[in-house]
Design a binder for this molecule. Structure first.
Ligand code: 13P
Ligand code: SF4
Length: 407
């Protein structure tokens, strides 16, 4: 009997897996991570921004010495911001470190420096450019430091989704909320349509606010943060649907969309989806007193087994304030977990994932790039400036300001 294949829908697109997603496992290994000269790290095979030859063979010690000297020479004109997931060899140079919320608040409130070197990923640098002062220039040391989750929500796909939802459900029937981990264009789309940005620190508050504005929320681009937030607010799973951008109407009937309370974009973080219920079970078997603490980008099944769930900032605070002798199995990016283990020697802190697997886009900020951008600034040039087009910046700021007034 001939196999019957479904007839292709003309609106169905070819699924694209973001390159950053394919590259995610490039640095996974069993040994602890250690910074090597850039030339050696380039063997990982991910896309790197090219640097002049003189930078690629410098040893970590040479890099530290030269960056230190450059920082002193740049003085107050330049501030270096570092996200918690940056490697130690970058964090040591950060004037200020934090999670996405803290770093965006810093950009909004403290505008004294002319140059902001953002050691994080592209969407964070864009956010700093939107919230910072007009005189400030934001520099991303390696322009290829993106985010696979943000790449899963390209503007065209989200615009199509929004048009479909308006046509099917009607104007005013959906309030869009986007996680900070999205492009400025997506933040602008949300701002233009009455919605707000959230971070993992304040997703509950922002989604609650969104439900005061309308009866249904479109949550972009992380389905896990959206689902975990909805469940915590008491929204049953049956009232949440996942929008697959490669299927007509996201893969749902108009009735199913009509009955939904949350529409979750089909995106995920390739770092946090590595944390599984089996890892939690193994941690509990090894340490009966273990406290399980995970990031809300982890899948629901893992979050359900955790004792504590929170943003990177909350994870750092919880472990910092924990009783000496306590044991912590943590589900978040390895650079943060290793730093917390190091800074809390009186506690046992370990990563739930036995494989050492950093966020490969955050990891692209190698100290050779930090040296290069500081050399360039000292030479009077602004390298890798991240800018956002005026109208996009305006509406992205509308969505960001809605969040910032809530927290
Ligand atoms: P937070 O900094 O909001 O915890 O987000 C974690 C993350 O994945 C950053 O990319
Ligand atoms: Fe993106 Fe996940 Fe990396 Fe954060 S940890 S930058 S969400 S890929």
């Amino acid at each position: 009997m001939a196999l019957e294949l479904p007839v292709a829908d003309s609106r169905q697109r070819n699924p694209r897996v973001p390159l950053t997603e394919l590259e995610q496992s490039a640095f996974c290994q069993v040994e602890p991570l250690e910074t090597k000269p850039l030339a050696e790290e380039l063997n990982a095979g991910v896309r790197w921004q090219r640097l002049p030859d003189e930078y690629v063979n410098l040893t970590p010690d040479q890099l530290v010495e030269r960056i230190d000297a450059n920082r002193a020479a740049l003085g107050g004109s330049t501030v270096i911001l570092g996200h918690h997931y940056q490697r130690e060899d970058i964090i040591q140079f950060a004037d200020f470190r934090g999670d996405s919320l803290k770093l965006s608040q810093y950009a909004a409130e403290r505008q004294e420096s002319n140059f902001v070197i953002f050691c994080g990923v592209h969407f964070m640098a864009e956010t700093a450019a939107v919230l910072g002062g007009e005189h400030q220039r934001v520099v991303l040391p390696n322009i290829n430091a993106g985010c696979s989750m943000a790449d899963m929500a390209p503007t065209g796909d989200v615009e199509d989704c929004w048009d479909d939802l308006m046509e099917t459900l009607g104007e005013g029937s959906v309030i869009p909320v986007t996680y900070m981990n999205s492009t400025a264009e997506i933040k602008a789309l949300v701002g233009r349509n009455g919605g707000a940005v959230c971070t993992s620190s304040n997703a509950g508050k922002v989604v609650e606010w969104a439900f005061q504005q309308g009866k249904r929320v479109l949550f972009l681009p992380d389905q896990h943060l959206g689902r975990n937030t909805g469940l915590k607010m008491g929204i049953p799973l049956e009232e949440m649907v996942v929008w697959n951008p490669f299927r007509p109407l996201g893969g749902h009937s108009a009735e199913a969309l009509e009955e939904s309370k949350m529409i979750l974009w089909k995106g995920h973080c390739s770092v946090h989806t590595r944390f599984t219920p089996l890892q939690v079970a193994k941690a509990k078997a090894a340490y009966p007193d273990v406290n399980i603490l995970v990031h809300p980008e982890c899948p629901m099944e893992t979050v359900e087994l955790a004792d504590y769930v929170g943003s990177t900032e909350l994870i750092a605070k919880t472990i910092g304030e924990a009783a000496p002798g306590s044991v912590w199995g943590v589900g978040t990016e390895i650079n943060l977990v290793s730093r917390l283990a190091h800074e809390n020697p009186d506690k046992t802190v370990f990563c739930l994932d036995p494989v050492v697997c950093p966020c490969s886009t955050m990891y692209r900020i190698h100290p050779a790039y930090l040296l290069w951008v500081t050399d360039e600034l000292l030479a009077g040039r602004v390298p890798n400036q991240v800018t956002v087009e005026e109208e996009t910046a305006h509406y992205a700021k509308v969505a960001l300001d809605r969040m910032l007034t809530l927290v």
